[in-house]
Design a protein around this ligand. Structure first.
Ligand SMILES: NC(=O)c1ccc[n+]([C@@H]2O[C@H](COP(=O)([O-])OP(=O)(O)OC[C@H]3O[C@@H](n4cnc5c(N)ncnc54)[C@H](O)[C@@H]3O)[C@@H](O)[C@H]2O)c1
Length: 334
């Protein structure tokens, strides 16, 4: 399969690129290389994709999903599109909501306009999020649940999700829970906390730490996305949960333990405004199609911390150049 992957340099996108290449697919990685695409110093390539840059089935296009000409060229002649490109951080969306609507909604609209014009039958996987359902105080959100997004990030993703299902002819949508794993930009909770602890610094936890999220290991998420791309029914959405519902404080304590520290390294900070209390997903629809996660939460978290321990070269430049300079350590997860 020839796959166009937008947002391919980001956390999940770069992991998905590796998976698709390992399956024998040809990949066109399309990314504007915003901060989360981890650009090299001259901004021409992504440090998240160094290991695949010479792969014979890999090519890279540095461009914006809102750029019609570049996207039309990239869409032409491909078999499938996996659309990750987005602004993805909730805290940043509170500061600059317009940017999130421009990229997440405008970019998705542009993608479907190009597809309609040039490749109307192409298979599209639109990557959405569980945050479209908003806070779920009891039970679990199913694909039929009403959308109730609260942050500008979640609102923009909810618009894009609806747009994909209404505009795409051969489209499938995934709504995943919180991902974690290698190559995650250290403004998000798990990498931020792991790196702080490895450096002997405290980790910030919003409010009382009782907010709950379901967590899915990025390898499992990519595997599920690939499975839905191949097997999902056109016009349908699929929740992708890891079945790992945890409070933030429980994760913080687990990370402290894995990094050989104690609870004095946990620092409670003022809560995020309108912080959704709980996200919870039913993934029954995906399970009944034949997919299951492979990793336990404990093994995946251990593997993740190991990766950050052994890949200091990857995160050190980010720490000094980017997220400390914009004072990001005070923030937590998506
Ligand atoms: N991380 C999670 O826990 C999670 C959970 C569910 C869904 N998602 C969704 O998965 C997708 C990827 O998430 P992620 O965590 O890998 O995000 P990320 O922020 O790590 O990566 C986003 C990528 O999109 C690129 N990008 C941004 N604006 C662009 C533009 N205008 N044109 C082209 N490329 C652009 C960035 O350069 C970056 O490489 C997003 O759509 C997000 O909403 C993420």
């Amino acid at each position: 399969m020839n796959i166009l992957i937008t947002g391919a340099a980001g956390f999940i996108g770069s992991n998905f690129v590796r998976l698709a290449l390992s399956k024998g697919d040809s990949v066109i990685a399309y990314d504007k290389l915003e901060y989360a695409g981890n650009p090299t110093d001259f901004g021409s390539f992504s440090r998240n994709l160094f290991d695949v840059q010479l792969h014979s089935k890999f090519s890279f296009v540095k461009a914006d999903v809102c750029d019609k000409l570049s996207l039309s060229r990239a869409v032409y002649g491909i078999d499938a599109v996996v659309h990750f490109a987005a602004e993805s951080h909730v805290d940043r969306s509170l500061e600059n909501p317009d940017l999130f609507f421009k990229i997440n909604v405008g970019g998705t609209k542009n993608l479907f306009d190009c597809i309609k014009e040039l490749s109307p039958d192409v298979r599209v996987l639109h990557v959405s999020t569980d945050e479209v359902y908003g806070s779920v105080l009891e039970g679990c959100a199913s694909e039929q649940s009403l959308f109730n997004p609260t942050s500008p990030y979640a609102k923009s993703k909810a618009e894009a999700d609806k747009l994909a299902l209404s505009e795409g002819k051969n489209v499938v949508v995934t709504r995943s829970s919180n991902n974690f794993g290698p190559f995650q930009f250290p403004e998000k909770f798990i990498p931020l906390a792991a790196i702080n602890l490895l450096l002997g610094e405290k980790i910030p936890v919003y409010g009382t730490g009782m907010n709950m999220r379901d967590w899915v290991f990025v390898d499992d998420n990519c595997d599920a996305l690939y499975f839905v791309l191949k097997n999902g029914k056109a016009g349908q959405a699929y929740n992708v949960g890891g079945g790992n519902e945890k409070t933030n404080i429980a994760i913080a304590k687990k990370l402290v333990e894995l990094c050989g520290k104690d609870d004095s390294y946990i620092n409670f900070v003022a809560d995020r405004p309108n912080h959704d209390f709980r996200y919870a997903l039913s993934s029954e629809k995906l399970f009944s199609l034949g997919w299951q996660p492979k990793y336990t939460f404990e093994d995946a978290l251990k593997k993740t911390v190991e990766w950050y321990k052994t890949n200091k070269d990857w995160w050190e430049p980010l720490r000094s150049k980017r997220y400390t300079s914009i004072n990001m350590p005070k923030v937590m997860h998506s």
